[in-house]
Design a protein around this ligand. Structure first.
Ligand SMILES: Cc1cc2nc3c(=O)[nH]c(=O)nc-3n(C[C@H](O)[C@H](O)[C@H](O)COP(=O)(O)O)c2cc1C
Length: 153
């Protein structure tokens, strides 16, 4: 079975966690995948699990127009793991951000994802506070797009 990781940071109000759960719903609508979902506020990401994943969804709140520290730690760890020979780079990817009125953190997320040679398979979802209205369907569609891309790898 193909595997997908959803790696996100959520700390303040659970807004990004809710968006991550919509991404999961979208993945599950497409088919059966082994999905590992990790909140970087609860600990470091296991690089062996990233290496085993066929695709990744990465989400963060906007903190000072940048990704949250927990997600930045994931990128730091992934670069070091890659240099040590682990296959953590070059995967299909989707990104999502929640914010309080800005949302510029998506630019840092996209840049960091590019540095790992992650291949964006859909336009990122950027949502103010908790997902509501159109953002609900956008989150589900994001997960579905990743799942369809993973089916092809
Ligand atoms: C330390 C900190 C810095 C923040 N900086 C920004 C910011 O620069 N721009 C913005 O739009 N929102 C900012 N916010 C608001 C959060 O991005 C927003 O509330 C987000 O949805 C919280 O996600 P969470 O509930 O998943 O933790 C900041 C929040 C915190 C706690």
């Amino acid at each position: 079975m193909k595997s997908i990781m959803i790696i996100y940071h959520s700390q303040e109000a659970g807004n990004t966690k809710k968006l991550a759960e919509l991404v999961l719903e979208g993945i599950n609508r497409v088919g059966k995948f082994q999905v590992k979902i990790v909140n970087t506020n609860e600990g470091r990401v296991d690089m062996e699990e990233v290496a085993a994943a066929h695709g990744v969804a990465l989400g963060s709140p906007d903190y000072f127009t940048y990704v949250a520290g927990g997600l930045k730690q994931f990128f730091d760890d992934a670069v070091i793991a890659s240099r040590a020979g682990k296959r953590v780079t070059g995967k299909p990817y989707v990104g999502f951000v929640t914010h309080g009125g800005g949302g510029g953190a998506i630019n840092s997320l996209e840049k960091l994802a590019k540095s790992l040679n992650y291949n964006p398979v859909a336009k990122p979802v950027v949502c103010k506070k908790a997902p509501a209205g159109d953002a609900v369907e956008e989150g589900i569609a994001l997960g579905a797009a990743l799942a369809r891309a993973v089916e092809k790898v």
